[in-house]
Write a protein that binds this ligand. Structure first.
Ligand code: AMP
Length: 395
C-alpha cells in the first residue's frame, strides 16, 4: 500500500476522502469539536507542500439523500481556513458542473472542499456512475478516512478503481499501524479491557482477543450478563437474556486458553437510571431487586487498575459504567488513570474509539495514552479480523 510519504504530489490534483463528520452547534452551526478537522491537517499539508492541489470530500451526519442545511459542509469552511491558515474554496455540490470547473481550475497549492457527499443517496449505495463522476475531478486518490473504511461507499472504496495511483493518508496509516501493533506484535503482558452496554456488539472481538491476551477485563453493562449466567442476582441491571449461554462459553474458553478473565466483583448500584438516584455499593452476585449496577465498585476498580498498571500492552474499548453521569463515572476514570500509568511506565496503550475515546479526552488524558483511535466501528471490524473495503481498495 502506497503511503503519503512515498508519493510526490507536485503538479498533481489529489482527491482525498476525509472524515469531517464534526459536531455542529444546533443553532449557530458552528463547529463545536475540532478533533476530526485537526486529525487530517498533516495529510493536507503534505500534499500542498509538495506542490499539489487538493480536493477534499467528506460526509457530515446522516442526510436522507438530498440537501439539508444542518448537514452542509459550508459550516466548517471558516474553521478549516483558520486551522490551515489558508483559503479554502467550496463547491455547493460534489459532482455538478460547478464542481467540475472548480476542480479543473484549481492551481498548485489550492484547496477545494466539496459539499456533503451524502446529499446523494448514491454515495452510501456505492453507485458506480456517481463514483466515476467523483473520480473525474482529480488524478490521484487518497483515503484518509479510517472511520468509514468499513463501508463500501462510492467515495470510501468504489471510486478507487478509477485511479492508477491510490494513496493511504496519515490518519488511515496511523490507525492501521497501531491496530496491527496491538494485534500482531503486542508486548506481554497484554491486557484488553472491554466495557460498554452490550456483549452482542463485541462477541467477535472478544473471541479473537482470547487467542492473544493474557488478561481480559470485562466491565460496564455487559458484565451483568456474565454474573447472571453464573447464577448471580443482578437486580434490574442491564442483561442480554439471549446471551447467557454465550457468556458461559466465553468464561469456559478463557479458562481453556489460560486467559485471566477479570469481572468486576462489586458495583455502584442505583435505584433508578438517573445521576441523582439513590446509590450504594454491592457485591455483583447479590444486587437487590429494584437496583441496578451503573458503575464498577471500588474493589473492582482497584483490582482492574493493578492488572492494567503492570501491563505492557493495553487495548481499551468501552466504559466501565454510565460515565456520562458524573456519579457513575468513577470506575471509568480509575481505569483511564491506570491506562495512563501503564503508558508512563513504557507500555503501549490503544484506546478504541467511541465512548472510551470520549472518556479519555473528557478526562484530559488524550495525550497521555499512546494512541486514541478515531475509528469506532471500523476499528472493531478490523480487530475482528474483517477486511475493510476502504483498506482493500487502497492495496
Ligand atoms: P457501547 O456503545 O456498547 O460501548 O456502550 C457504551 C454505553 O454503555 C455508554 O453510553 C454507557 O453509558 C453504557 N453503559 C456502560 N455501563 C453501563 C451500565 N452498567 N448500565 C447501563 N449502561 C451502561
Amino acid at each position: 500500500m502506497l503511503t503519503l510519504d512515498q508519493y510526490n504530489f507536485a503538479g498533481k490534483k489529489a482527491l482525498m476522502r476525509v472524515d469531517f463528520n464534526v459536531p455542529l452547534d444546533k443553532n449557530t452551526f458552528e463547529v463545536t469539536d475540532f478533533t476530526r478537522l485537526n486529525a487530517h491537517i498533516r495529510s493536507i499539508k503534505k500534499i500542498i507542500s509538495d506542490g499539489g492541489s487538493l480536493i477534499l470530500m467528506s460526509h457530515l451526519g446522516r442526510p436522507k439523500g438530498g440537501y439539508e442545511e444542518k448537514y452542509s459542509l459550508k459550516h466548517i469552511i471558516s474553521s478549516l481556513k483558520n486551522i490551515l491558515g489558508q483559503e479554502v474554496q467550496f463547491s455547493s455540490d460534489c459532482i455538478s458542473d460547478e464542481a467540475v470547473n472548480m476542480a479543473k481550475n484549481l492551481k498548485s497549492g489550492e484547496i477545494l472542499l466539496l459539499e456533503n457527499l451524502r446529499f446523494y443517496a448514491e454515495e452510501e449505495k456505492g453507485n458506480i456512475d456517481f463514483a466515476k463522476k467523483l473520480a473525474s475531478l482529480g488524478d490521484v486518490y487518497v483515503n484518509d478516512a479510517f472511520g468509514t473504511a468499513h463501508r463500501a461507499h462510492a467515495s470510501t472504496a468504489v471510486m478507487a478503481q478509477f485511479f492508477d495511483t491510490r494513496v493511504c493518508g496519515y490518519v488511515m496509516q496511523a490507525e492501521l499501524d497501531n491496530a496491527k501493533k496491538v494485534l500482531e506484535t503486542a508486548e506481554k503482558p497484554f491486557t484488553a479491557i472491554m466495557g460498554g452496554a452490550k456483549i452482542s456488539d463485541k462477541i467477535l472481538i472478544i473471541e479473537r482477543l482470547l487467542d492473544k491476551v493474557d488478561n481480559l477485563i470485562i466491565g460496564g453493562g455487559m458484565s451483568y450478563t456474565f454474573f447472571k449466567a453464573m447464577g448471580g442476582e443482578i437486580g434490574s441491571s442491564l442483561v442480554e437474556e439471549d446471551k447467557l449461554d454465550l457468556a458461559k462459553t466465553l468464561i469456559e474458553k478463557a479458562k481453556n486458553k489460560g486467559v485471566n478473565l477479570l469481572l468486576p466483583e462489586d458495583s455502584i448500584i442505583a435505584d433508578a437510571f438517573n445521576n441523582d438516584a439513590n446509590r450504594k455499593e454491592a457485591d455483583n452476585t447479590h444486587i437487590p431487586s429494584g437496583w441496578m449496577g451503573l458503575d464498577i465498585g471500588k474493589k473492582a476498580a482497584e483490582n482492574f487498575s493493578k492488572v492494567i498498571e503492570s501491563s505492557k500492552t493495553v487495548l481499551w474499548n468501552g466504559p466501565m459504567g454510565v460515565f456520562e453521569m458524573p456519579n457513575f463515572a468513577q470506575g471509568t476514570s480509575a481505569v483511564a488513570k491506570a491506562v495512563v500509568s501503564a503508558t508512563e511506565k513504557g507500555g503501549f496503550s490503544l484506546i478504541g474509539g467511541g465512548d472510551s475515546a470520549a472518556a479519555v479526552n473528557q478526562l484530559g488524558f488524550g495525550d497521555k495514552v499512546s494512541y486514541v483511535s478515531t475509528g469506532g466501528g471500523a476499528l472493531l471490524e478490523y480487530m475482528e479480523g474483517k477486511e475493510l473495503p476502504g483498506v482493500k481498495a487502497l492495496s
